[in-house]
Ligand binder design. Structure first.
Ligand code: FES
Length: 324
């Protein structure tokens, strides 16, 4: 993902892992690599390419960061954190206060940006710090001996991470430009092998340009990971949420989300970002028509509405039944 600066708090019922910061190093201008290991020495849960974890920072904020490597039996996780000039305590706290030896809680990996390892060819497109999930994909594709190309756009040479590793491969093009979205996405997509899968992670203008250029490609071969969710949260209210297993029903009033109402009622629910970008609050839908506002579900998944993100999405139907 990902380095969102949204307003999530340090309250979650998801089981966390106690981890120690074992190394920190400067990868590029304003970008730190942070390595974490479990304090009990046990292996960490497996990760797949494109996955992210939550860091529960000591200032009470929870932030999501992509893993730069994906391992089936990892001894440690590595995330890269860019200092965001608009940071309200996330990346600025990491850069200014998190130190080697600190012990924090982290989540197990979640993956909203999975790699299709059966694809004949993968075209990876990254802008700035969006390189982090793309790196784990590139490394897995290399291990698999699979065909891929990587187009990585950075504003200046000093912002390029793992420059030596990236320079050692002819499949990788590093574009330097003040405007990350100026990369010729239409040409890249038009010239890709038939049936290639396309992946993009970067700032919003790049994602929008990518989605426009990739509109000629089957949706199931187009994959994006966003830093933030620009959709407006569904707080219109005026519908009832019925909990299938719990048996209770709740009126969702104007100004509230399903998550906020259920939490006020004392339900223990998993959540993290509260912006529709992490997937922590994904809940199965039994019946009704959700009003999806997240940035995770694909169009096909929205159509099917088997699940929804209850932190930001609402309901088009008068009654929504959830598997809770
Ligand atoms: Fe992150 Fe809902 S809490 S998607």
């Amino acid at each position: 993902m990902m380095a969102n600066e949204g307003g999530s708090r340090s309250v979650t019922t998801e089981k966390t892992i106690t981890a120690r910061v074992v190394t920190m190093s400067l990868l590029a201008d304003s970008i730190l690599a942070i390595e974490l290991k479990r304090t009990d020495g046990a292996p960490l849960p497996p990760a797949t390419p494109g996955a992210h974890i939550d860091l529960h920072l000591q200032n009470g904020l929870i932030r999501q960061y992509s893993l730069t490597t994906a391992d089936g039996d990892p001894a440690s996780y590595i995330v890269a954190v860019k200092r965001d000039r608009a940071s309200r305590g996330g990346s600025a706290f990491v850069h200014d206060h998190l130190r080697v030896g600190d012990v924090i809680e982290i989540s197990a990996p979640r993956n909203n940006f999975p790699l299709d390892e059966d694809a004949k060819c993968s075209v990876l497109i990254a802008g700035g710090i969006g390189i982090t999930p793309i790196l784990s994909m590139m490394r897995r594709l290399r291990e698999n001996g699979a065909a891929f190309e990587l187009h990585y756009s950075c504003r200046k040479p000093t912002e390029v991470v793992y420059a030596a590793e990236l320079a050692a491969s002819k499949e990788i093009n590093v574009h330097l430009s003040q405007e990350l979205a100026t990369i010729d996405l239409q040409k890249i997509i038009a010239q890709a092998p038939p049936n290639a899968h396309f992946y993009c992670c970067g700032p919003l203008p790049m994602i929008e340009a990518f989605e426009a250029a990739a509109s000629i490609v089957d949706a199931e071969r187009v994959h994006v990971e966003r830093f933030s969710n620009n959709a407006i949260m569904a707080t219109e209210g005026g519908y009832v949420v019925k909990l299938e297993r719990d048996g209770r029903s709740f009126v969702i009033p104007q100004g509230q989300t399903i998550l906020s109402v259920l939490r006020e009622a004392g339900l223990e629910l998993s959540f993290s970002c509260e912006q529709g970008i992490c997937g922590s609050c994904e809940t199965s839908v039994v019946s009704g028509r959700p009003d999806h506002r997240d940035s995770i579900l694909t169009e096909a998944e929205r159509e099917a509405s088997a699940t929804m993100m209850i932190c930001c999405s609402g309901s088009h139907s008068d009654v929504l039944v959830l598997d809770l």
